[in-house]
Design a protein around this ligand. Structure first.
Ligand code: HEC
Ligand code: HEC
Ligand code: HEC
Length: 443
């Protein structure tokens, strides 16, 4: 046996063992398994069609429908590099195994998908197999998109093909051996991508089914909010129980009252998904703000309400380390060290933050900059607070042009850690102890 062949067999064995261990520790669970009841294929469902576009757009042409669906599935966010042309690819994905770049999905024949047939495109989106037969990495969330109806995938293709082709070849991936072996992804797919279209639940309302389709097949909330198992597949036994993604914490969005969104009203959830902000609960930053800006804020109001109806039925999963947010305001006096905190943190807060955020947690300037009640400041890991300080925050739809500047260049890791610890101690229910080294890792 040649050395190369032997090496690839060893790699295969390692991956089978890891995937097997992953499957054993967390057997694959379908994303809607929690709902129980009976599910039927779309063809056998007699209720209103939960797939496709909302009723407002039912009469629209194919490209318009495709654009709506591509927006709901947020294809652009991953396939657009900062400063690059939309859908032309090149956005880096840093993984523990190396860096992966999203491909160009504009209709350019050489560098994009211009030469892909309808069948090629369907196979990629449902099965994670590229035109040349190579296996795609699940950084492309095809295990969610495999729920999408064929007609919807083809509408998205029609929309992409209506765009101007952009000539762009993203950088080659830099992945460590054995993760650079694409054929191994076939094992992942076999275990974790059931490759089944969405099946409506006959004992649930049409609104619930529409919400389920939007949340699971298109918006792929679980890609960020569900923790992954050893084999990097979402572990639906703790569905929507929260996870860390791209250095941010995507919080628990189950119905748990203390650590999830069980205490939020329907109107609050809808307002957050449409505008990224709820008075007394916080503003979305980081990857959630991106999802809201590019996708969720652009959906029809009836679709937002359907998503809320579905979210309401997600079983509660408690996150032990997330206490219920503190709702009382802190003292208005800067000198009073409500809840403790160190001097350096207070100095940074006084110099860079207090003018917008105030000392009590109630902003003197913009309601969406209140810190009291915000999940991030009640998270004792403080990683989102540190991220917001490093990167700033920009919600397009909440407060008009109001933005929080990025302080990553202004302050050292030690100062950012100090101000994050000060903020959680002063406004949150459990103080954090994030260190300069933790902040360095987040950058
Ligand atoms: C979370 C990020 C993410 C989202 C959202 C996403 N993609 Fe991708 N997509 C990727 C990455 C990363 C790859 C490359 C995977 C690889 O190299 O194995 C990819 C690969 C692809 C490919 C294969 C292209 C090729 O040249 O091999 C197609 C087609 C594609 N995506 C289409 C879509 C469509 C359509 C949507 C929306 C329905 C979408 N993607 C949403 C990250 C994403
Ligand atoms: C790209 C990753 C990503 C996707 C996709 C995503 N989220 Fe989030 N979400 C986050 C992050 C990160 C946060 C924390 C934001 C912050 O601290 O400002 C968050 C916060 C939230 C919150 C606020 C929780 C709290 O306690 O403050 C809700 C509610 C939420 N997401 C719901 C959803 C829903 C519903 C979907 C799908 C329709 C979704 N998210 C899709 C990453 C994501
Ligand atoms: C120019 C005004 C301004 C300044 C200065 C400012 N912020 Fe903000 N901050 C905001 C606004 C506005 C928001 C609401 C988020 C948005 O609009 O995207 C926010 C949001 C936040 C959040 C909540 C993010 C979330 O995930 O919910 C935290 C925490 C925060 N700021 C901390 C700080 C700290 C610490 C400083 C000082 C280093 C600071 N801010 C300086 C305006 C400001």
């Amino acid at each position: 046996m040649s050395l190369r062949r032997r090496a690839s067999l060893i790699v295969l064995a390692v991956v089978v063992i890891v995937a097997g261990l992953g499957a054993w520790l967390a057997p694959p669970t379908r994303p809607m398994a929690f709902a129980g009841g009976s599910a039927v294929t779309l063809a056998n469902y007699s209720g209103p069609d939960p797939t496709g576009v909302p009723s407002e757009l039912r009469g629209a042409d194919l490209v318009t429908r495709g654009r709506y669906l591509a927006t709901a599935a947020d294809c652009g966010v991953c396939h657009t590099a900062p400063g690059g042309a939309e859908f032309a690819g090149g956005l880096p994905f840093k993984t523990p195994f190396g860096t992966l770049y999203s491909p160009n999905i504009t209709p350019d024949r050489e560098t994009g998908i211009g030469a892909w047939s309808e069948a090629d495109f369907l196979r990629a989106v449902h099965k994670g197999v590229a035109k040349d037969g190579s296996r795609l990495y699940p950084a492309f969330p095809y295990e969610a998109y495999s729920l999408m109806a064929d007609a919807d995938v083809l509408a998205i293709r029609a929309y992409l093909f209506s765009l101007a082709p952009v000539r762009n070849t993203p950088p080659a991936n830099r992945l460590m051996f054995p993760f650079n072996q694409r054929p191994l992804m076939a094992i992942w797919g076999a275990l974790y991508n059931p490759d089944q279209r969405f099946r409506p639940h006959t004992d649930r309302s049409p609104q619930w089914n529409r919400g389920a389709y939007l949340v699971e097949a298109l918006a792929h909330c679980g890609d960020c909010h569900t923790a992954r198992n050893l084999a990097q597949a979402p572990d639906n036994r703790k569905k929507f129980g929260g996870a860390v993604i791209q250095g941010w914490r995507a919080y628990n969005i189950t119905q748990d009252r203390a650590s999830g969104v069980g205490a939020w009203t329907d109107a609050e959830l809808a307002a957050y998904l449409r505008g990224g902000h709820v008075l007394g609960r916080g503003a979305a930053a980081g990857p959630m703000a991106e999802a809201i800006n590019a996708s969720l804020s652009r959906l029809a109001p009836s679709d937002t309400l359907a998503m809320v109806a579905y979210l309401r039925t997600i079983p509660a999963v408690g996150s032990r380390d997330l206490p219920a947010p503190k709702t009382e305001l802190a003292s208005d006096l800067p000198k009073e060290m409500a809840g403790g905190g160190d001097r350096r943190g207070r100095e940074v807060f006084a110099g860079a933050c207090a003018s917008c955020h105030g000392w009590s947690g109630k902003s003197p300037l913009f309601p969406h900059a209140n810190l009291t009640g915000v999940r991030a400041v009640n998270d004792p890991s403080a990683i989102n607070v540190a991220q917001v300080v490093i990167n700033g925050a920009r919600l397009e739809r909440a407060g008009g042009d109001v933005v929080m500047p990025a302080f990553g260049q202004t302050y050292s890791n030690a100062e950012i850690a100090a101000v994050a610890n000060y903020v959680t101690a002063r406004f949150g229910s459990a103080r954090s102890e994030i260190t300069a080294r933790d902040v360095a890792r987040l950058r």
